[in-house]
Design a protein around this ligand. Structure first.
Ligand code: F6P
Length: 534
């Protein structure tokens, strides 16, 4: 790994750590132009990030030294970039325009992608136009989408972002193994007009299978056995398991589609049913446009690369182990949850591709809430807490084609401004005096009303939240995550860290069945289990 480039980045970040962001605009007149760019219908402004000009250039050097361009080619060429599982990682193939020719480990895949796309389009059309009906001949009015993690978060985000106010076909999502989740989803639904879509790449996930069983029982209690399979659709990379489970029809995808990168595949079938094919095609097109940008733009003007470098500069250069994402659009309220999986499951790793320790911080803690809600919750800490938490504002100019959202984006702009400029104690003191406060009171209050400022943020703007801009936004985050993984030299596409908990949960369930904690359990877990069993 390019050790010298890391040393240089750390040295420059240390040297420039106290540089004021606001001063950089005067010191470096083309800062704004250099650090803002347009890509696939998105506008990015990274000029409020902490880097000085040389900080930015050193970060860029790190990207070059890590061979981002070579690794990017390996990804798009379908090489085994997920080496621990021996798999290609080819989600871009799922959104590429017709006629593309992608290969996964040398095997041509684009024809199969096109086939599944037309299966999805035809099936969704048949459901939407009441050609496809349930066991009793009635058309479907609702879809219950069962899945968890990557089989849930992406489709949920798409649906929330693009759903009509009064959809002809409602989509309900169930992820949690807590029966309450299913109970809420089924409330008010009629089994005769409900389609259940079970989404699981492996078709072995405990939560999803339990929920699918519950849905099956709910349907079976109300429907004739003949034709019940028409209510049960599987989406999976293990079609034989879905068929064995009783799914009447299965839409497949391949192992080169990672769970958290799978929303471009049949995993989003429920959304295609709810929104129609045209919207989903627009979503794919927006992502494909971002793919082209990622492939073609020089590193210094490449949106995912710049976003990745800003994060690495904050995390490894300036030791800031968290980042908040605030989408200023109600439709994007699930974006932080989606990014938590995308980024933290991809890059929450501590060893390099060769198994040796990374030896520095990798993925930060990613958290957030939609704006302006977050402002009235945790933004206090972002403004005045001792830790610096870089912020990301995703701003939609208009969701209804008017300027009626201006209070929304005015707040987003004000937050970025406030974080950067802050307010000195002298200013706070002067304001208190100007508002009539006695000097003694101003002395006491001024420190509380002081904002250190110089806190970084990125703004991502889009004119409208459309299928295209949503697709581009998600692809932007995907490639940003990939570039970070390349620079940290980790495999962003496995997730072994989720396995141990799954194994131990099975062992605990064995103890539950036995009615007592096993003697092998540690004292704390044994006591908790004992209490729960009682
Ligand atoms: O446990 C984590 C995980 O494996 C995710 O990576 C994945 O998105 C999720 O579980 C669901 O997996 P599946 O689609 O196989 O049910």
């Amino acid at each position: 790994m390019p050790h010298a480039a890391w040393t240089e980045l750390e040295a420059v970040a240390r040297r420039d750590a106290d540089a004021r962001i606001l001063d950089q605009f005067a010191a470096d007149p083309d800062r704004l132009t250099r650090l803002s760019l347009d890509a696939a219908g998105l506008h990015l402004d990274l000029s409020k990030q902490s880097w000085t000009r040389s900080g930015f250039e050193t970060a860029l050097e790190l990207a070059r030294a890590a061979d981002v361009e070579g690794r990017r080619a390996a990804l798009f060429d379908g090489e085994a970039v997920n080496a621990t599982e021996g798999r290609a990682v080819l989600h871009p193939a799922l959104r590429a325009p017709e006629g593309a020719d992608f290969h996964a480990l040398g095997e041509a895949v684009s024809a199969e992608v096109a086939t599944v796309r037309s299966q999805m389009r035809d099936y969704a059309h048949a459901v939407r136009s009441s050609i496809e009906t349930g066991a009793t001949g009635r058309p479907f009015k609702a879809v219950v989408h069962i899945g968890i993690g990557g089989s849930d978060l992406g489709p949920r985000l798409i649906w929330d972002a693009l759903r009509p106010l009064e959809p002809a076909i409602d989509i309900r999502f169930v992820a949690n193994i807590d029966p309450r989740d299913m109970a809420e989803a089924l409330t008010g639904l009629d089994p005769e007009t409900t389609l259940v879509v079970v989404v699981s790449k492996t078709f072995t996930t405990q939560e999803t299978l339990a929920n699918a069983e519950a849905a099956k029982a709910w349907l079976a209690a109300a429907l004739p056995a003949e034709g019940m399979e028409r209510h049960f659709i599987g989406v999976t990379a293990a079609p034989e398991r879905a068929a064995a489970f009783g799914c009447g029809r299965t839409f497949a995808f391949r192992d080169w589609v990672g769970g958290r990168y799978s929303l471009w595949s049949a995993v989003s079938l429920s959304c295609v049913i709810g929104l129609g094919w045209e919207a989903f095609q627009g979503f794919l097109d927006g992502a494909a446009a971002l793919d082209r940008h990622f492939l073609e733009a020089p590193l210094a003007r490449n949106a995912p690369v710049l976003m990745a470098l800003a994060q690495i500069y904050n995390v490894d250069g300036l030791h800031r182990p968290a980042r908040t994402v605030a989408p200023y659009a109600h439709g994007l309220r699930r974006l932080p949850a989606f990014l938590q999986q995308l980024e933290m499951e991809s890059n929450g790793k501590r060893v390099r591709r060769d198994g040796s320790p990374v030896g520095r911080q990798t993925c930060p803690v990613v958290f957030g809430e939609p704006g302006t809600n977050g402002q009235h919750a945790f933004f206090q800490q972002i403004h005045q807490g001792p830790q610096v938490v870089p912020a990301e504002f995703v701003i939609v100019a208009s969701t209804d084609g008017t300027t009626s959202e201006s209070p929304l984006w005015a707040n987003a702009l004000a937050q970025g401004q406030a974080l950067m400029q802050g307010k000195t104690e002298a200013q706070a003191h002067a304001e208190l005096i100007a508002s009539g406060a006695p000097d003694a009171e101003a002395e006491v209050l001024a420190p509380h009303k002081t904002f250190p400022g110089n806190r970084p943020s990125t703004a991502i703007l889009m004119e409208r939240l459309t299928p295209q801009t949503l697709g581009a936004l998600i692809a932007l985050y995907e490639h940003k995550t990939f570039v970070e993984g390349v620079i940290w030299d980790i495999n962003s596409f496995d997730q072994w860290g989720v396995e141990l908990g799954k194994v131990l949960a099975r062992a605990v369930l064995t103890d539950v069945a036995a009615g007592a904690p096993s003697p092998a359990l540690d004292p704390s877990t044994a006591a908790l289990l004992d209490r729960l069993l009682k």
